[in-house]
Ligand binder design. Sequence first.
Ligand SMILES: NC(=O)C1=CN([C@@H]2O[C@H](COP(=O)(O)OP(=O)(O)OC[C@H]3O[C@@H](n4cnc5c(N)ncnc54)[C@H](OP(=O)(O)O)[C@@H]3O)[C@@H](O)[C@H]2O)C=CC1
Ligand SMILES: O=C(O)[C@@H]1CCC=N1
Length: 303
Amino acid sequence: MPVTHTYNEEHYCKSKRERRNHRMKVGFIGTGSMGGLLIDAFLSSGGLLAGDVIASNRSPQKLARLAQLHPGITLAESNGETASRSDILFLCVKPMEFKTLTDEIAHCLRSEQIVVSITSPVQIYHLESVLPSKIAKIIPSITHSVYSGTSLCVLGSRLEADDRTQLLKLMSHIGTPVEIYEHHTRISSDFSSCGPAFLSYFIERWIEAAVEATGIDHTLAGKLAGEMLLGTGKLLTEGEFTPQQLQDRVAVPGGITAEALNHLRCSLDGVFERLIATTHKKYDEDVAKLDSLFGRDGITRRK
Ligand SMILES: NC(=O)C1=CN([C@@H]2O[C@H](COP(=O)(O)OP(=O)(O)OC[C@H]3O[C@@H](n4cnc5c(N)ncnc54)[C@H](OP(=O)(O)O)[C@@H]3O)[C@@H](O)[C@H]2O)C=CC1
Ligand SMILES: O=C(O)[C@@H]1CCC=N1
């Protein structure tokens, strides 16, 4: 694909030696909820220095707030500038905003750069069909704001071993990167990035019922629930318990937990099957809309 460099081309197309010595620049287009969170987390974890970051956003107010929070980051004049100056470029806009954005920045990108989509329905084949760069999809999680949780990594066909190492190393500053098959993006993301919302809903309903039934203080119930979730997470990861083993350890035969688990088994029958059907239906609809936006001609959909 022919590539035209519009932004100060000579300055940024460095010789190989210069490139080896220069610090990696990481760009973010879209500094809303998730783009902003990623910048915050990379900077506060020490994964990136302020001077490594360049960002642009559609509305300038969010960028101004970001600059106040993180003096030293570069605010680009345009998405094209962010694109052309980044070694790794995170696209942090919503799915249906991708096509407009890729149309805008395609001519500013080069083959050695890595472009990362953080949204699940945008497929590697969508981006590889319109951008000259190496493409990855990395689905982050709100849990990265406390340097926790998994980031789901799908690596496109143009990435080389060094690129993979570089991306996984970067993501490991704010969470645990895990490589997945692209066809498992939705189900994996249900756990890692939607999961905090799903579990919070479960906890919220439980707390409300507890307050209503017993008069326990709402804040106290929230603290008990949060600490319990944290401990359960540790037992399932560091503690090497499986969910089944945890239930067996807590539910002594004939005890209260065993009785309550029997109740949950009946009450939750079919809930998770319907939850998965819901997320996958929405995902399939979004992929179909993106197929139409990006144009299916010449695109081979990989399963
Ligand atoms: N929230 C989460 O926990 C997770 C979200 N994601 C994914 O992240 C993506 C972004 O979500 P989120 O951050 O919540 O959404 P937001 O709406 O908060 O952020 C999107 C940002 O993109 C900006 N934007 C849109 N179009 C352009 C453009 N052409 N050029 C520059 N900036 C643009 C918007 O600017 P403006 O200020 O004008 O609105 C906005 O700031 C979604 O696809 C979501 O699925 C992935 C994992 C977890
Ligand atoms: O694109 C996604 O799947 C993510 C998960 C949470 C919100 N958006």
